[in-house]
Write a protein that binds this ligand. Structure first.
Ligand code: FES
Length: 403
């Protein structure tokens, strides 16, 4: 215990535990004002849970309860959890677009992590701009951090047809405008497609970004594919809480995990997922915060020869729940091993290759076809192309299959 106490004091000496300074005294005083004993925080890593829950963020509706599970994991591992609310960007609810608030969330995350007396952080989010916002801030602050994805919502069917949040709303709107759906049916559709809390169940921006962040090494293996309402989700939350405490002892900061190789792993995963074109913008922003220079052309270069393997809307025909049954992201990455930088370090303290070896037993369920083998891709061509012209002199990304 003596040794751990010294280790913690060393870790904090640059930040907030200089024993004889007035500011540190005030930190300790105010923590005790909240009913904490001195030993509760002096000998334990203090872990922030940056939570983007709100009453108007349906994709994060369950994160308030999940934060309690994360706390359990932190406490069981000998840490002290403190929950910090952060800007909640519920994509569909926010007008005119959440894009204008992504950088605000990044700034908020960075300032929370820099200004408060904490040793490590769990980042809880998932809806589109939340993942890049949280990751950008965390990379700048460079405190040990681990991302806990909200997880996709459950699948739904309508008239026997698989319907995905987002993609099918537009399709039904067209049908309604064309008079093929009457008012009664249109109103009935409001309660369909979004069956439960969680992020959109297609490979839209939310699941694309959480998958990229997982491939970069910032979640527990397989975390992004777990449906929000599956019992595996709270188990993952508890395990994440447990792991972040160990990461503080190991001083496993983002700067030890994030690298050009980690970014390339994210891009390769993106290409095989046939993910959202928005990911190009967000990945470049994340890379910049981590000190990696990335351009649109790098997506084309790094992703050359990677076919789309995930048969998920909008590139494919299935939903995220099917992707989970098929083994989720680890099963996809397993097939991409020859292209990945397997030596990249991850939040587990192991390399990506070591994580994949551990997932192998529970990996791909060959009977589920949401993840295609390399020799039977969804499309042979790349998931993304960069166009330049008088409308976009600096380049714009498109999905070639949708062009
Ligand atoms: Fe939140 Fe789609 S609206 S993930």
């Amino acid at each position: 215990m003596q040794e751990k106490r010294k280790q913690l004091a060393d870790l904090r000496s640059q930040r907030w535990l200089a024993p004889d300074d007035m500011r540190s005294f005030a930190h300790r005083q105010r923590l005790q004002q909240m009913g904490l004993r001195r030993e509760d925080f002096m000998t334990r890593p203090v872990i922030a849970i940056i939570n983007t829950w709100s009453d108007l963020s349906p994709c994060h509706a369950h994160l308030r309860e999940r934060a309690e599970v994360v706390k359990r994991g932190i406490l069981m591992a000998g840490g002290l959890p403190v929950e910090l609310p952060a800007m909640s960007l519920g994509e569909v609810m926010v007008k005119p677009t959440t894009m204008i608030y992504r950088n605000m969330l990044a700034m908020e995350t960075e300032e929370l992590l820099r200004s408060l007396p904490i040793d490590g952080a769990i980042l809880m989010g998932g809806c589109d701009k939340t993942t890049p916002g949280l990751m950008m801030g965390a990379l700048s602050a460079d405190l040990p951090c681990l991302y806990v994805p909200a997880g996709p919502m459950l699948s739904d069917r309508y008239n026997g047809q698989v319907v995905g949040a987002g993609t099918h709303t537009r399709m039904f709107w067209d049908e309604y405008v064309a008079g093929n759906i009457d008012k009664e049916e249109w109103v009935a559709l409001e309660s369909r497609m979004t069956r439960a809390p969680g992020t959109c169940n297609t490979m839209g921006t939310a699941s694309t970004m959480t998958s990229i962040v997982e491939a970069m090494g910032f979640t527990l293996p397989g975390a992004t594919s777990i449906p929000a309402m599956d019992a595996a989700h709270p188990r993952m939350c508890a395990a994440s809480g447990e792991r972040i405490v160990a990461m503080v002892w190991e001083d496993l900061k983002p700067s030890r995990i994030f690298s050009r190789a980690a970014v390339d792993n994210g891009i390769i995963a993106y290409m095989a997922l046939g993910g959202s074109t928005n990911a190009a913008i967000h990945t470049i922003a994340i890379a910049g915060r981590g000190g990696v220079e990335l351009t649109l052309d790098d997506f084309v270069k790094v992703g050359a020869g990677i076919p789309v393997l995930a048969d998920i809307f909008p590139s494919g025909t299935r939903l995220m729940e099917d992707f989970y049954y098929a083994g989720g992201l680890p099963a996809l990455l397993e097939q991409l091993k020859p292209h990945l930088a397997l030596q990249s370090l991850t939040v587990t303290g192991l390399t990506l290759g070591e994580n994949l070896a551990r997932c192998a037993a529970s990996a791909r369920n060959a009977k589920e076809t949401a993840i295609r083998p390399l020799d039977q891709p969804v499309t042979d061509g790349a998931a993304l192309a960069v166009l330049r012209g008088n409308l976009a002199p600096n380049g714009a990304v498109i999905k070639p299959s949708a062009a």
